[in-house]
Design a binder for this molecule. Structure first.
Ligand SMILES: Nc1nc2c(ncn2[C@@H]2O[C@H](COP(=O)(O)OP(=O)(O)OP(=O)(O)O)[C@@H](O)[C@H]2O)c(=O)[nH]1
Ligand SMILES: C=C(OP(=O)(O)O)C(=O)O
Length: 210
């Protein structure tokens, strides 16, 4: 089954505040953009991903990500994470009411297309989610075909997604569970192997291609 994905992003200057200090302050926005670029590069290389809509607080600040083949739209007047997801979902469903929509975080720099494919296979058409490696957050939420995404992101979202009936995917999915909120998370993804954009920003060796 193919999916259309919604990926939200704050202005890179404002986002990932818990990651501050991992690099010098003036390099923080560039690092946030690189995390997103590696996430999106893996996503667009996935055989089962059709459209990718990036819902941005400031589209001009993330314009370079458009080169990866994603569509960038402005967030709606309600400036919250879940409203951004619902906005992307509405755009995708307006174009194709039968679209299967997923919500993905933009901070997965070690993501490999194979983990995304494995998650889609395990979900098998159910509304389902992937918890982050700590088990508290959510990195991916998939809607069931024809049904609403009903995103409940924010701190502790894994529990809310489970309580709302979404299936918790149990595959290992190491690169899909490794979101970067803190400097410790960044170190974890470096050990897994980040994509080329993050590697270049941090002066790490370049990884093998997807
Ligand atoms: N468009 C949009 N994106 C958002 C909003 N809130 C969060 N995001 C994005 O959603 C993703 C997940 O959010 P978090 O992991 O909490 O990231 P964050 O808010 O940047 O990080 P902290 O400042 O450390 O809490 C990140 O890519 C954010 O940029 C919002 O109100 N609008
Ligand atoms: C917004 C979320 O991300 P994080 O926990 O990574 O801040 C979430 O998991 O719902």
């Amino acid at each position: 089954m193919d999916v259309d994905l919604v990926v939200p992003m704050k202005h890179p200057r404002d986002g990932k505040s818990r990651l501050r200090g991992a690099v010098e302050a003036d390099r923080h926005p560039g690092l946030v953009l690189a995390l997103a670029a590696d996430t999106l590069a893996a996503v667009v290389s996935s055989a089962h991903v059709r459209r990718v809509v990036l819902v941005a607080a400031d589209p001009s600040a993330v314009a370079e990500l458009g080169e990866l083949g994603v569509e960038i739209v402005a967030e709606p007047p309600e400036k919250t994470l879940n409203a951004a997801f619902r906005h992307g979902e509405a755009l995708l469903k307006a174009a194709d009411p039968g679209a299967v929509v997923g919500a993905l975080q933009a901070d997965l720099p070690a993501l490999r297309a194979g983990d995304l494919t494995a998650a889609l296979a395990e979900a098998d058409g159910r509304r389902a989610f992937v918890a982050d490696r700590q088990g508290t957050g959510t990195t991916l939420l998939l809607a069931a075909p024809g049904l609403p995404l009903d995103p409940r992101f924010g701190p502790g979202s894994a529990r809310r997604h489970a309580e709302s009936g979404a299936a918790a995917l149990t595959g290992a999915l190491p690169t899909l569970r490794s979101d970067v909120d803190t400097p410790d998370d960044l170190a974890h993804t470096l050990a897994l192997g980040v994509g080329k954009h993050t590697a270049a920003r941090l002066g790490e060796p370049s990884p093998a291609p997807y």
